[in-house]
Design a protein around this ligand. Structure first.
Ligand SMILES: Nc1ncnc2c1ncn2[C@@H]1O[C@H](COP(=O)(O)OP(=O)(O)O)[C@@H](O)[C@H]1O
Ligand SMILES: [Mg+2]
Length: 255
């Protein structure tokens, strides 16, 4: 039992999120329970507006739930003030966004190191880590390039290295392949998969692409703010079989 609790890196209980828009009350999430184990690779799928981004933002402490609790790497987020929550997020979560969110005036290398600098650390103390990450994402020869001198796929690889630079317990990615062609998107998913397999990184990816979700160990389906279904893939199941199961489940949920 103790072992099980220790293995849980993220736990959400009865998560509800409401947005008040003028006279309209939007219920983006409805009593969602969600548990992620250390080293797990989870995909979250669902149609546009089903609450995927809302869930990811709440899980990463970027936004607060209307009701319900989140435990992130052993920290109960609702018990923390804003300053404490920022530190927990900074030390435990790496984010990857659809549009990369790189700072345009900084080089690839500077963008990657930024989370460490924000945390008050010196980049000279972390050159080895920087080189390892540049090699992992295949950008050692692009380190001095600014974002507008990089392709979309290269920019997303920089943002992935930036997400990993603090050795976070968990990487949260919102549609990381949404702005990329399918071949480049596959490279990004392979890198996420590698960091999960080789560095025991926990990864949660929001995507509407079955090709991307097929890289996960488990795919969760959101509909109208609720988790409607979940597939746990047998470890030895090939990608094509996974995609088939994902597409079938999507069709069942849409009908
Ligand atoms: N800041 C916000 N204010 C009001 N409504 C919002 C806000 N963010 C999201 N919503 C609404 O919440 C629902 C879920 O949104 P979102 O989580 O972005 O869905 P998804 O990522 O699955 O497309 C949608 O109906 C959306 O319009
Ligand atoms: Mg979204």
């Amino acid at each position: 039992m103790q072992q099980e609790i220790k293995d849980i890196v993220l736990e959400a209980n009865l998560l509800t999120k409401r947005y008040q828009l003028g006279e309209h009350l939007v219920q983006a999430l409805k009593e969602v329970d969600f548990v992620v184990k250390k080293g797990e690779f989870v995909a979250i799928m669902g149609p546009s507006g089903s609450g995927k981004s809302t869930l990811l933002h709440l899980l990463g402490g970027l936004d607060k739930p209307s009701e319900g609790g989140i435990s992130l790497a052993g920290n109960q987020l609702s018990l923390l003030d804003d300053k404490e929550a920022t530190l927990v997020r900074r030390h435990n979560v790496g984010f990857v966004f659809q549009f990369y969110n790189l700072l345009p005036t900084l080089t690839a290398e500077e963008n990657i190191m930024l989370p460490l600098l924000i945390d008050g650390q010196k980049s000279t103390d972390h050159q080895e880590r920087l080189n390892r990450l540049l090699n992992l994402v295949g950008l050692a020869d692009r380190r001095d390039h600014k974002p507008d001198q990089l392709s979309g796929g290269e920019q997303q690889r920089v943002s992935l290295a930036r997400a990993l630079v603090t050795n976070p317990a968990i990487v949260l990615a919102d549609e990381p392949t949404g702005n990329l062609d399918s071949k480049t998107g596959k490279t990004i998913m392979e890198l996420l998969r590698r960091s999960c397999d080789e560095m025991a990184q926990t990864v949660i990816v929001v995507t509407h692409d079955p090709l991307a979700a097929a890289f996960s160990d488990r795919t969760v389906f959101l509909l109208d703010g609720r988790i409607k279904n979940e597939i746990m893939f047998p470890p030895d199941m090939p990608g094509a079989g996974r995609r088939h199961m994902i597409i079938e489940t999507m069709e069942t949920l849409n009908s």
